[in-house]
Design a protein around this ligand. Structure first.
Ligand code: NAD
Length: 390
């Protein structure tokens, strides 16, 4: 089992009710000012104890234009690289958001941790297990906070799934099934960084697969994955007639990642994980997420695209006084922004030196599964995972 316990339950109150100490400002920078950086800056700007002091992007002028668009003044952006920004001692940085494409997650996170800065790293943690291990080592050596950007963790339905498992109503868990995704929905919002191997490294697996894995692995306590049989394909992304690329005829040539992946994974504690994810496939849904235990089962209705929540009420199948019965758990509302909570909990952990809200000790196992699916697919048979204890 992963040793770290997340502290999300401390956040039962809404964001508005939290008293924030504004006497100590957190000095924040953003690496990579593309699409997701928009959500980071929007949330940072709502925090009364944040000063955004720097940012950088590989594309010259992009970071400057980004901060100007948000009307944030005095932000230093004239850096040739993220390394140059991290080395600028005049910034006195407390925190950095790593919002680069997947292939640049590991170098940026490691460099920031080595510079003694707390890191909020976008999901997926990185591309390979080896990178994840290096990130963990840098985190440990730095003593800084590293949180991984899984904002669905803050959704009350996700918390409810975990509470149901922890209540014991399902008994001992022996099988979990998760995944889903889209019938058609390869993301190309601002170009090809999601679909090229050189930038993304992982396709649907890294984009939405990591979320659906996190939903159930977190619920059952993040048992260590032991073996993986993986499969991946990209029949849709590489098809020049794919409907969705519009006028971008060269997108099919550039497509270098998975648009469908599946895995059969053995977890510590005699739990089987059955997983599949898609950006495109020949069916609407591959089925709901399921948790089967010795005393009961939980059905989690799937969503159209994996948007970080559930597609309808949860259903517990159990036996009451010898009668096979069902209990419906209504959809829970969440009265705060999930992204705001991701930023706020990261800031609080950084400020107080407390545990990361979404710890890398857990997400290391998530990453090991993504990587294991790739590696098993490459060799064409089941592989054993060797995950070093860090
Ligand atoms: N949490 C979420 O809801 C969510 C949603 C979308 C994307 N994401 C994640 O965010 C990451 C970025 O996605 P995106 O859609 O913003 O991509 P994007 O391509 O729009 O933006 C990435 C930016 O990073 C820059 N960059 C890359 N390496 C850099 C480096 N070393 N230094 C400085 N800048 C660098 C690129 O030039 C680009 O501008 C991905 O890993 C993705 O999985 C998360």
């Amino acid at each position: 089992m992963a040793e770290a316990k997340n502290n999300l339950d401390a956040y039962k109150i809404s964001h508005d009710e939290q008293v924030i100490d504004t006497t100590r400002k957190m000095r924040v920078a953003i690496i990579g000012t593309g699409w997701i950086a928009e959500s980071h800056i929007a949330s940072y700007l709502k925090q009364p104890d944040v000063e955004i002091v720097a940012g950088c992007d590989l594309i010259p002028g992009k970071a400057k234009a980004f901060f100007e668009r948000y009307g944030v003044e005095g932000v230093k952006t004239d850096y040739a690289s993220h390394k140059e920004m991290l080395a600028d001692k005049s910034l006195n940085l407390d925190c950095v958001s790593v919002c680069t494409y997947n292939r640049q997650h590991a170098p940026c996170a490691i460099d920031a941790l080595k510079a003694g800065i707390n890191v909020l790293l976008e999901k997926p943690m990185c591309v390979t297990l080896e990178e994840a291990v290096e990130i963990r080592k840098a985190e440990k050596e730095s003593g800084k906070v590293l949180s991984i950007g899984f904002q669905p963790r803050f959704d009350n339905n996700m918390k409810m799934i975990k509470k149901i498992v922890e209540s014991g109503v399902l008994g001992k868990i022996y099988y979990i099934q998760t995944g889903g995704g889209r019938r058609r929905g390869i993301p190309t919002p601002f170009g090809t960084t999601f679909i090229e191997d050189a930038t993304a490294g992982l396709g649907a697996l890294g984009d939405i697969g990591c979320y659906s894995l996190d939903m159930l692995l977190n619920a059952v306590g993040y048992p260590k994955p032991l073996t993986v049989t993986g499969y991946k394909s990209n029949f849709f992304g590489t098809d020049p007639n794919y409907v969705g690329y519009g006028a971008h005829h060269d997108y099919a040539e550039k497509f270098g990642v998975d648009d469908f992946a599946a895995g059969f994974i053995r977890l510590e504690g005699d739990i089987i994980l059955d997983f599949r994810i898609a950006w495109a496939r020949s069916i609407n849904t591959p089925g709901d997420a399921l948790i089967l235990g010795t005393k009961g089962g939980l059905r989690i209705p799937s969503t159209d695209c994996w948007n970080g929540s559930i597609g309808g009420p949860l259903v517990i199948y159990h036996e009451v006084a010898g009668v096979q019965t069902e209990t419906i758990i209504p959809v829970q509302s969440t009265n705060y922004g999930l992204f705001d909570m991701k930023i706020r909990t990261f800031l609080d952990a950084s400020k107080n030196g407390t545990a990361a809200p979404v710890p890398s000790s857990q997400i290391l196992y998530n990453q090991a599964i993504l990587d294991g699916i790739n590696k098993s697919n490459a060799v064409g048979h089941e592989i054993e995972l060797e995950i070093p204890e860090i």
